[in-house]
Design a protein around this ligand. Structure first.
Ligand SMILES: [Zn+2]
Length: 638
């Protein structure tokens, strides 16, 4: 194993950025784009086999339909109507979404078409009730400057977001309709060569340009990246579902390592004697040989009526477990592939004997398939009909290993790796939407949009900094966060220091999220209310973290519940003075011994009972005055 030299493998990365627009209503109906977990509507559809109207089967479509699933949709009337249910044709295009995409195209110097056609893009995973996603190619070309370098824009599309996947099991898949139909702008960039961190910088710059328009949604899930990654001589791998920039950087680095690892494997394979797998000769049913196998997985499969099949790969001994880079093995790729077909995994020759499969079974397998020591094999267990499809896929994947990197679609994991999702879809996925007339873009509209292009994000940032006297770091944090609108609402009358508001929104709340608390439980109007209470002196600065923690941990339903449960309301002056006087009286000894320095231990004692109920600074001042006057009285008394 060696260290990968990422700048020497011909890494190329194409980014596709999907950003939800803040248009108030959806793209083709008046439903509100709000996420909701309360569903009053529910209906089911069978995933039907789809043939595109151009008459060609889409490979990914045929593939998915082989899985025969029931799709269940949930929604509520506030954020879904008959359009989302595909019971009514789409209404007119949302004019605000149109204007926003024109502004974005203008900002990216892209060439907008005079007429925009609504197209249907076939989707067969059930994420759209109609079986297709509506998309419009709005503009082509353009560029963006990142760190003094020009990054080319390929295309800009306006499209509908898909339904949100709730659950997926072997025969049912459940979606919620609230996200379906939210306007998305899709910006496809020209592929760039460079390091993962350079690509992250590009994505960050695009994200900031979009946020500077103040016409896009903010927060996790509102901006998503699909990434096309390839290296010299390999197929293009599409990675879906990247939501965070750090994850983007990791995903590209992982793909570079995986793809180059596969290339090393292919080079090694090409030096040894292998043979194309022949179905008749190299695939055999070995169920009988495993009847008394000690593997729990095998016994469970046999109990469910599964059969066990083995695929022989001539010359492959040592190749399934070979690891050019840590964690990159052909065996792992095969495991990911069969999981797509609903199998738990595979056993391959380089990892056996193990997992309860013993030498005696291995010897029998080798005998049945007439294997040499230099040959490798893969064991599969499952339903006979299903195995038929899986065996074809595995045979192809083993053949492809000699070629290097197969083109496929993968999905990003939260930790920044990727796993196999499905074969790459074919090209015949678009056909015209017959329910909507072409959308005309007038010169007047284009001119208007050009005037609305925001200043650069750097300038927007500077004006934010100036307007609220924020320090540069906090200004950037607010600008990049999902809280910019909220920040501006709270700071409108400047009753509270904007720096303090920014540090709570981007510091305290983020820290609580890092402690695995859920910021989604915190509703914007409640956050505004907390700052109102603070401005009115009804709660203390110190209680904000307690309040947010109470709600975000799920322990309390609302901010008012937390305030009540923790008695966080500020004490009135009289009560506060009374409590502090009592504290002084019961600690006269400390004051006599330590003089004014006794403020420190007494403050500690006071905070025990008063934390969150009194402003810390105010408490400190009051206590200091009381200690001083106590000392003065004492000396006068002497
Ligand atoms: Zn609707």
């Amino acid at each position: 194993m060696s260290e990968i030299q990422i700048d020497k493998i011909g890494l190329r990365v194409g980014l596709e950025i999907h950003q939800q627009l803040a248009t108030g209503t959806k793209l083709f109906c008046k439903c509100l784009p709000i996420e909701s977990e309360e569903y009053s509507i529910g209906f089911a559809r069978k995933l039907r086999i789809a043939r595109s109207e151009l008459g060609e089967f889409d490979p990914s479509a045929v593939f998915e339909s082989g899985k025969e699933k029931t799709i269940v949709y949930y929604g509520n009337p506030e954020c879904s109507c008959l359009v989302e249910q595909d019971e009514e044709p789409p209404h007119e295009l949302n004019p605000s979404a149109k204007e926003t995409v024109l502004i974005i195209a203008s900002a990216l110097k892209s060439n907008v078409f005079n007429e925009i056609y609504v197209m249907r893009k076939l989707v067969i995973d059930g994420s759209n009730t109609s079986g297709f996603q509506r998309t419009m190619l709005v503009a082509l070309g353009g560029n963006l400057e990142v760190d003094g370098k020009n990054v080319g824009i390929q295309s800009i599309c306006l499209e509908e977001d898909a339904a949100k996947l709730l659950r997926d099991s072997a025969d049912t898949r459940e979606y919620s309709l609230d996200r379906l139909g939210i306007p998305l702008v899709e910006i496809a960039l020209e592929p760039v060569s460079g390091k993962p961190e350079d690509v992250k910088k590009i994505a960050l710059t695009i994200g900031r340009l979009l946020r500077a328009t103040k016409r896009v949604q903010r927060g996790l899930g509102t901006i998503r990246q699909d990434v096309n990654v390839s290296i010299d001589g390999g197929g293009i791998v599409e990675v879906k579902g990247v939501q965070k920039l750090d994850q983007l950087e990791k995903v590209i680095a992982y793909e570079a390592k995986r793809q180059h690892g596969l290339k090393i494997i292919s080079e090694k394979l090409n030096k040894i004697e292998t043979e194309r797998i022949a179905r008749e000769r190299d695939v055999k049913d070995v169920t009988d040989a495993f009847k008394s196998c000690k593997s729990k997985t095998i016994q469970k499969a046999l109990g469910e009526g599964s059969v066990i099949k083995v695929i022989k790969a001539k010359g492959f001994a040592g190749m399934f477990g070979f690891e050019p880079y840590p964690g990159i093995r052909l065996g792992k790729q095969l495991g990911e592939l069969v999981r797509f077909y609903g199998l738990g995994g595979v056993f391959h020759s380089d990892e056996l004997p193990n997992y309860g499969i013993e030498d005696q079974e291995i010897q029998q397998v080798r005998k049945i398939l007439d294997m040499q020591q230099t040959d490798g094999f893969v064991i599969l267990a499952g339903n006979e009909k299903r195995l038929e499809v899986v065996i074809e896929a595995i045979m192809k994947r083993i053949e492809d290993a000699k070629l290097g990197v197969p083109a496929e679609t993968r999905v990003a994991t939260a930790t920044g790796e990727t796993v196999y999702l499905r074969p790459r879809p074919g090209a015949s996925r678009m056909y015209p939407e017959t329910d909507i007339l072409p959308v005309i873009v007038s010169t007047n509209e284009l001119e208007k949009a050009a005037m609305k292009v925001p200043k650069s994000w750097e300038e927007t940032l500077l004006s934010l900094q100036k307007q609220y006297e924020l320090n540069p770091q906090l200004a950037l944090q607010v600008f990049d966060s999902e809280y910019l609108d909220l920040f501006e609402t709270i700071c409108k009358d400047k009753r509270i220091s904007p720096n303090f508001v920014a540090s709570i929104l981007c510091g305290t709340i983020t820290n609580l999220e890092r402690r695995r608390m859920d910021a989604k439980l915190l509703k914007s109007p409640e956050i505004v209310e907390v700052f109102n209470l603070l401005a009115e002196g009804k709660i203390a600065k110190e209680s904000l973290e307690i309040i947010f923690e109470g709600v975000m941990s799920g322990k309390s339903k609302s901010i008012f519940d937390v305030i009540k449960e923790h008695t966080l309301g500020t004490l009135d002056e009289k009560e506060l003075n009374k409590q502090l006087d009592e504290l002084i009286e019961s600690n006269t000894k400390i004051i006599e011994e330590q003089g004014t320095r006794s403020i420190s231990p007494l403050m500690g004692l006071a905070m025990k009972t008063l934390r969150g109920k009194v402003d810390g600074q105010k408490l400190n001042q009051l206590l200091e005055n009381k200690i001083k006057s106590k000392i003065d009285n004492k000396s006068k008394g002497n």
